[in-house]
Write a protein that binds this ligand. Structure first.
Ligand code: HEC
Ligand code: HEC
Length: 298
């Protein structure tokens, strides 16, 4: 009997040891992914100073950046907060106390928005980078020009932190850092602005639609692992097949879909309502050209 117990003890002890070892290896892998530094050639993009470009940069920031960095771009404390995994705030982009604006150079902005890395070269968790990395040089430069003009707001947000489980999940490849997957092109061009399928595709690619509606836009799981929703199909295989262009524009402006359904706030219509009519028409035009796909299910 004693012998059996001893053997059970040895087996259990070794198992726990192995699990601990695997955990430590995962933490080490996670840690090295988080601390890896990246380097890319400078973009040398020219920041415009004319009023029209700055106004356009403001427009792009209102439709995309404000949703995550707040209406005055002073950051949102604990923007992602899942206590078992960790906490990420979206930083204050202004030059006020606690903001990055006073110290960021043009290339620092390019590194963050296009490459998903901080000024030291380490990957950041800005989930919009797969979209913002596709912004053309001209649009990116306009956004940076606008950021340089925004009024300072004093707001210090909580620093990023991850739990040991967070590190283990990184090590296990459960989270992707945008810097690991985006193209890192040094120069990007865009189709001419206007109501065209090509421009609609560019707007979809640079405004996060695919982050939530899936690579093929036929619906997707939440990019936030702590949420469980699945978004609807935007191809002609989904509800949009029976919508008109007017219905689409109305839905993105008001959050109210045909039939009176109110879209949940997770669908960022409150910032997308700032798209111009032409931008929404171009997006609608592009969505019409997609292949008819079945709704994605998990
Ligand atoms: C989906 C949400 C989201 C959107 C949209 C978004 N950001 Fe961010 N951004 C974040 C988060 C979260 C961080 C912090 C990442 C971290 O701490 O690892 C961040 C970080 C940054 C940083 C700081 C990088 C650093 O090195 O500290 C800059 C600059 C930035 N964002 C600019 C922008 C601009 C400009 C836009 C619009 C074109 C934008 N962001 C859109 C969520 C977002
Ligand atoms: C942060 C995630 C997220 C992003 C980014 C996002 N969506 Fe959505 N979207 C959703 C969710 C979730 C719903 C479902 C809301 C509901 O049913 O209450 C939705 C609903 C919709 C609907 C209504 C579809 C239907 O069948 O009722 C349309 C249209 C739509 N989104 C278009 C877009 C477009 C275009 C973009 C990019 C410009 C976009 N979405 C970006 C999450 C997102």
């Amino acid at each position: 009997m004693k012998k059996v117990l001893k053997w059970i003890g040895i087996v259990l002890g070794s198992l726990i040891g192995l699990i601990l070892l695997a955990g430590i290896v995962m933490i080490m892998i996670g840690n090295s992914r988080l601390n890896k530094t990246y380097d890319f050639p400078p973009s040398n993009i020219t920041i415009p100073t004319d009023a029209a470009s700055i106004e356009y940069g403001k427009h792009r920031a209102e439709t995309l950046c404000q949703g995550c960095h707040g209406p005055d771009l002073s950051g949102i404390d604990a923007w992602f907060n899942a206590p078992p995994i960790g906490l990420i705030s979206s930083p204050n982009l202004t030059s006020g106390a606690g903001g990055i604006g006073a110290n960021f150079t043009t290339e620092d902005y390019v590194r963050a928005i296009r490459h998903g890395i901080d000024p030291q070269g380490k990957a950041i968790f800005m989930p919009a980078v797969p979209s913002t990395s596709q912004l053309s040089d001209e649009d990116l430069a306009s956004i940076i020009a606008y950021l340089k003009t925004i009024p300072p707001v004093d707001h210090t947000v909580t620093s990023r932190r991850f739990t040991l489980l967070g590190y283990i999940l990184f090590g296990a490849g459960k989270f992707i850092m945008p810097a690991e997957i985006v193209s890192h092109a040094t120069h990007v061009t865009a189709p001419a602005r206007g109501v065209s399928v090509e421009y609609g595709e560019y707007m979809v690619n640079t405004n996060d639609c695919r982050a939530c509606h899936g690579e093929q836009l036929n619906g997707g799981s939440s990019p936030d692992p702590s949420e469980t929703w699945v978004s609807p199909n935007l191809t002609p295989g989904g509800d949009l097949a029976s919508w008109t262009e007017e219905d689409f524009i109305h839905a993105l402006r008001t959050g109210s879909a045909p039939g009176g359904k109110q879209l949940a706030d997770i669908m960022p219509w409150k910032t997308y309502k700032n798209f111009t009519d032409d931008e929404l028409k171009a997006i609608w035009m592009y969505l019409q050209t997609l292949p008819k796909l079945e709704q994605y299910t998990e």
